[in-house]
Write a protein that binds this ligand. Structure first.
Ligand code: CO8
Length: 258
C-alpha cells in the first residue's frame, strides 16, 4: 500500500480505498491534498489490477472544504496566476469508476469533491453544503454546476445563497446521493458495491460511466447516438461474447478485459 502525506491508500483486492487524512483540519483540502489525490487517482487509473475506487474521509468529516487558511492570503493575481487548485479536473476525469463514501461534513470543496464521484453513498450523519458565501466567496470547484444538476435550481440556489447544510436524508430525496446507510455500515456498504462493480467487465464499466456522464454534456439526440455508438462498440469485445455465453450456459462469466 502506498503512503501519501494526506491520504491513506489501501487495496482490497481489485478495489482501491482512499481515506482523506488531515484529522486536525477536518480534512480541509489544501495543495498537498490536491497533489496526493491527483497522484492516487492517476495510479488507480493506470493500474490494471484495480477496477473500482472508494474515496472516504473520517467519521466527522469527508472534507470541510478547501483550506481556508491556505486561501486567506491569496488575492486574484495569486489565484489566477497560479491557477490555484487546477488539476482537480483530473479527479473528475478518472476513466474508471469511483464512489464517494461520505460521513459527517462535506462542505464547500468537500461537497464539490464528493460530487465529482460517479455517485455518493452517504452515512446518516452526512451533511452537505456550499457555505462559501459566508466567506465572501462562491463555489470554485464545480459546486454551482454539479449541485444544480443534481438537486435542481431551487435547492442549489437556496444552499448557495444561505450557506445552509443539507442532511443525508434530504440529500437522498433530492438525488444528491444514491443511498443513505447507517454510519457504522458506510465503509462496508461502499466497499461491497465497489467490489460488485470491480467484478464487472472493465470495458463495460468504463463505457457505462462514459455514457451516463454524456447525459450532462449533450442534447438528447446526440446523447442517444453516443450511447448507441458505445453500445455497438462493446458488441465487438470478447467480454460481450463471454457475458452472453455465460448467461446462456448458466455459469459465471470469466472476463478478459478485452
Ligand atoms: N479550512 C481550514 N481549516 C478548517 C476548515 C477549512 N475549510 N474547516 C475546519 N478547519 C479546521 C478548524 O480551523 C479547526 O482547526 P483548529 O483546531 O486549528 O482551530 C479544525 O479544523 C476543527 O474545526 P472546528 O473547530 O471549526 O470544528 P467544529 O466541529 O466546531 O465545526 C465546521 C465544524 C462547521 C465544519 C467548521 O469547521 C466550519 O465551518 N468549517 C469551514 C467550512 C467552510 O466554510 N467550508 C468552505 C471553505 S471554502 C471552499 O471550500 C471553496 C472551494 C473552492 C476552491 C476553489 C479554488 C480554485
Amino acid at each position: 500500500d502506498v503512503t501519501y502525506e494526506t491520504l491513506l491508500a489501501e487495496t482490497h483486492g481489485a478495489v482501491t480505498l482512499l481515506r482523506l487524512n488531515r484529522p486536525n483540519a477536518l480534512n480541509a483540502l489544501n495543495s498537498q491534498v490536491l497533489r496526493d489525490l491527483i497522484a492516487a487517482f492517476a495510479a488507480y487509473d493506470a493500474d490494471e489490477s484495480q477496477r473500482c475506487l472508494v474515496l472516504t474521509g473520517s467519521e466527522k468529516a469527508f472534507a470541510a472544504g478547501a483550506d481556508i487558511k491556505e486561501m486567506q492570503p491569496k488575492g486574484f493575481s495569486a489565484m489566477y496566476g497560479e491557477n490555484f487548485f487546477a488539476g482537480f479536473e483530473r479527479v473528475s476525469a478518472a476513466r474508471k469508476p469511483w464512489i464517494a463514501a461520505v460521513a459527517g461534513f462535506a462542505l464547500g470543496g468537500g461537497c464539490e469533491l464528493a460530487m465529482m464521484a460517479d455517485y455518493i453513498i452517504a452515512a446518516d450523519t452526512a451533511q452537505f453544503g456550499q457555505p462559501e458565501i459566508k466567506l465572501g466567496i462562491a463555489p470554485g470547484m464545480g459546486g454551482s454546476q454539479r449541485l444544480t444538476r443534481a438537486v435542481g435550481k431551487a435547492k442549489a440556489m437556496q444552499m448557495c445563497l444561505t450557506g445552509r447544510m443539507m442532511k443525508a436524508e434530504e440529500a437522498e430525496r433530492a438525488s444528491l446521493v444514491a443511498q443513505v446507510v447507517p454510519a457504522a455500515r458506510l465503509l462496508e456498504e461502499a466497499l461491497a458495491q465497489a467490489q460488485a462493480i470491480a467484478a464487472m467487465a472493465p470495458l463495460a464499466a468504463m463505457a457505462n460511466k462514459e455514457m451516463v456522464n454524456a447525459a450532462f454534456e449533450t442534447g438528447l439526440a446526440h446523447g442517444l447516438l453516443f450511447e448507441r455508438r458505445l453500445f455497438n462498440g462493446l458488441c465487438a469485445t470478447q467480454d460481450k461474447v463471454e457475458g452472453m455465453a455465460a448467461f446462456a450456459e448458466k455459469r459465471a462469466p470469466q472476463w478478459h478485459g478485452a
